[in-house]
Design a protein around this ligand. Structure first.
Ligand SMILES: Nc1ncnc2c1ncn2[C@@H]1O[C@H](COP(=O)(O)OP(=O)(O)OP(=O)(O)O)[C@@H](O)[C@H]1O
Ligand SMILES: [Mg+2]
Length: 339
C-alpha cells in the first residue's frame, strides 16, 4: 500500500461571526490520502467541503489540529518549503465562471503561475509550455489568445485544469470541478482528469455534493455532514454496504437504470433542513434528520471507529462494533483490532 501523501488530523475551522458566535464549518476532521489515490469527498451544500479544501491548500489556518503533507505540518514550513509546497499542491475551483479573470487572455491566465515561480527564462519556452498544457486538456494553440467569455463552461473548466497543471503539481484538490457543467460535458472533464492522473501519477481530492459523481472516480470516499466526516471507506464497499443512515439516504437518492430494481427500491427521504453550523445539534450532528435516532444520540457524540476493515463510521448503531480502542483519533491512526 502506498505511503500517505496528506494527513488531516483532528482539524477544526471555526469562523468568528461576532457576538460570541462561532460557525463550525469543519469540526474535528481526520483522514489521509495516499500517493496516487483519488479520494472522493461528498456531502450536501454547506457541509464544509470547500473549507476543507482551502485548509489543505493553506488558504485558511485551522482553528486547531494539524495538516501534514509528506509528513510535514504545512503551517510550520519555512519560507522556501512553503513556496515549494505551493507548486506541489494546486486547486481547481468550484465555479468555472468566477475563477478565471475575464480581462486576461488564456495565455496570460496560464502564464501567471509560471511567472510567479520563475519557471522559464524565455517567452518562447513559456509559450510552448502553455500550448502543451492546452493540448493536454483537449484544447489547442488558437485558444491561447482568446478571453474566458469566448468559452463554454466545460472548456473553461478545462482551462482551469490546464492552469492547475502548469507547475507540474503532485496533488490537486478538485472542488466540484464538474458540478456546474451540463451532464453531457461532465464526462469529458472527468476523462481529462483521469488521463492526466495516469500520465503524471497525480493524487486527487475530488469534492462533489452527489455520490453519483464520485462513484466511478474514487478509490475511497468520505461522506461529510455539517463539518464532520460520518463515514469513510473504499468506494465499492460504500456502495455495497453503506453503514451510516446519512450515507444510506444519499445512496437511495441515486436512480438505478434498471426499472425492475428501481421500482422495488426504498427511497429514504431526509426530513427537515440541515441545521445551522452556528448551533449544531448536541451529540450526533445528524440525529435531527436521522430515521434511526436513539436517546443516546442527543447526548453523546459518536466516536469515529473502524467497524470493519478499512471502513470507518461515526454512528451509535455501530459503537459496539469490532473496535473498542479507537478514540476519535485520525482515521489513519485508529488502531485496528487485529493489527
Ligand atoms: N469565509 C467564511 N466566513 C464565514 N463562514 C464561512 C466562510 N466560508 C464558509 N463559511 C460557512 O461555512 C460552512 C461550510 O461552507 P463550505 O463552503 O465549506 O461548504 P461546501 O460543503 O463547500 O458547500 P457547497 O456544496 O455549497 O460548495 C457554510 O455554512 C458556510 O456558510
Ligand atoms: Mg463548496
Amino acid at each position: 500500500m502506498s505511503e500517505k501523501l496528506l494527513e488531516v488530523k483532528r482539524v477544526k475551522k471555526y469562523f468568528d461571526m461576532g457576538k460570541n458566535q462561532k460557525l463550525k464549518a469543519v469540526d474535528d476532521l481526520s483522514f489521509f490520502i495516499r500517493k496516487g489515490e483519488t479520494f472522493g469527498m461528498v456531502g450536501e451544500s454547506g457541509c464544509g467541503k470547500s473549507t476543507a479544501g482551502r485548509l489543505i491548500m493553506g488558504l485558511y489556518t485551522p482553528t486547531s489540529g494539524q495538516i501534514l503533507y509528506n509528513g510535514k505540518d504545512i503551517h510550520a514550513l519555512n519560507e522556501l518549503e512553503a513556496f515549494q509546497m505551493k507548486r506541489k499542491v494546486q486547486m481547481i475551483f468550484q465555479d468555472p465562471y468566477a475563477s478565471l479573470n475575464p480581462r486576461s487572455t488564456i495565455r496570460e491566465i496560464i502564464a501567471e503561475p509560471l511567472e510567479v515561480h520563475g519557471i522559464y527564462k524565455t517567452k518562447k519556452a513559456e509559450l510552448n509550455r502553455i500550448y502543451e498544457l492546452l493540448e493536454s486538456v483537449g484544447l489547442n494553440q488558437e485558444h491561447a489568445s482568446r478571453y474566458p467569455h469566448e468559452f463554454s463552461g466545460g472548456q473553461r473548466q478545462r482551462i482551469g485544469i490546464a492552469r492547475a497543471l502548469a507547475l507540474d503539481p503532485e496533488f490537486i484538490i478538485c472542488d466540484e470541478p464538474i458540478s456546474a457543467l451540463d451532464v453531457s460535458v461532465q464526462a469529458q472533464v472527468v476523462n481529462v482528469l483521469k488521463k492526466l492522473q495516469k500520465e503524471k501519477n497525480l493524487t486527487y481530492l475530488f469534492i462533489a455534493h452527489d455520490l453519483s459523481m464520485v462513484k466511478h472516480l474514487s478509490d475511497r470516499i468520505g461522506v461529510m455532514y455539517l463539518g464532520h466526516l460520518v463515514e469513510l471507506t473504499e468506494s465499492g464497499s460504500l456502495y455495497r454496504k453503506p453503514l451510516h443512515p446519512y450515507t444510506q439516504a444519499l445512496l437511495s437518492a441515486i436512480p438505478i437504470p434498471d426499472p425492475k430494481i428501481e421500482d422495488k427500491r426504498e427511497r429514504i427521504i431526509l426530513k427537515g433542513e440541515i441545521p445551522s453550523p452556528i448551533h449544531p445539534p448536541s451529540g450526533c450532528v445528524f440525529r435531527t434528520r436521522c430515521r434511526a435516532a436513539m436517546e443516546i444520540c442527543a447526548h453523546v457524540k459518536p466516536q469515529w471507529m473502524e467497524v470493519e476493515d478499512h471502513h470507518y463510521v461515526a454512528c451509535h448503531l455501530y459503537q459496539n462494533g469490532k473496535t473498542s480502542e479507537a478514540n476519535r483519533v485520525g482515521a489513519g491512526s485508529v488502531q485496528r483490532k487485529n493489527s
